[in-house]
Write a protein that binds this ligand. Structure first.
Ligand SMILES: [Zn+2]
Ligand SMILES: [Zn+2]
Length: 175
């Protein structure tokens, strides 16, 4: 009797009263623990075990994804040195190519971490033109002869390339 009347409390926070239950395991959960899914509220543990199914990537896949994304992003960044405004096309092309090649190479295996590895790698390897541009603005180096520093506009295209390839990979992989 007393047990029935006692207010439900969250499985993970015994001090919080709640009306919600996980719609998979039926344990009571508080609103902070509840995660909304297309099929209703789930507790953190059910969410976690569900996510494990989607993690299929193997250790070697991360190395492959890193290498392919890095090379393609870097080559694209070198092209952006010559293409000015069209850097944005190169950025999208490089992002598309990197995702496509990686997927083929690792047989469509995936994991959230793998996505982050690709996003960060695409970003880091898009930076060389930007870094070079800034190095060239240092007076001493300019004197030594790396002179051919692009004007301010070329810096904008390099930033363009970096931002677009990073966000392209980001949004394509979040889908
Ligand atoms: Zn549950
Ligand atoms: Zn809770």
């Amino acid at each position: 009797m007393s047990d029935l009347n006692a207010p439900l409390t969250c499985t993970f926070h015994p001090k919080r009263e709640t009306q919600l239950r996980c719609n998979k395991c039926n344990r009571p959960i508080c609103i902070k623990c509840a995660k909304r899914t297309p099929t209703g509220y789930r507790c953190p543990e059910c969410i976690r075990s569900q996510q494990k199914i989607f993690i299929t990537a193997k250790v070697f896949d991360y190395i492959i994804a890193f290498a392919i994304t890095g090379v393609i992003s870097f080559l694209g960044s070198q092209l952006s040195l010559f293409l000015g405004f069209y850097s944005f096309l190169i950025a999208m092309g490089a992002g598309f190519l990197a995702i496509w090649v990686v997927k083929k190479a690792i047989n469509n295996r995936r994991s959230p971490l793998l996505k982050n590895v690709m996003i960060i790698t695409a970003f880091v390897f898009s930076l060389p033109p930007i870094i070079t541009w800034f190095i060239r603005t240092v007076p001493y180096i300019r004197e030594v002869g790396f002179a051919a520093s692009g004007g301010f506009y070329s810096l904008i295209w390099y930033l363009f390339y970096s931002i677009i390839i990073t966000s392209y990979v980001f949004y394509q992989l979040r889908k």
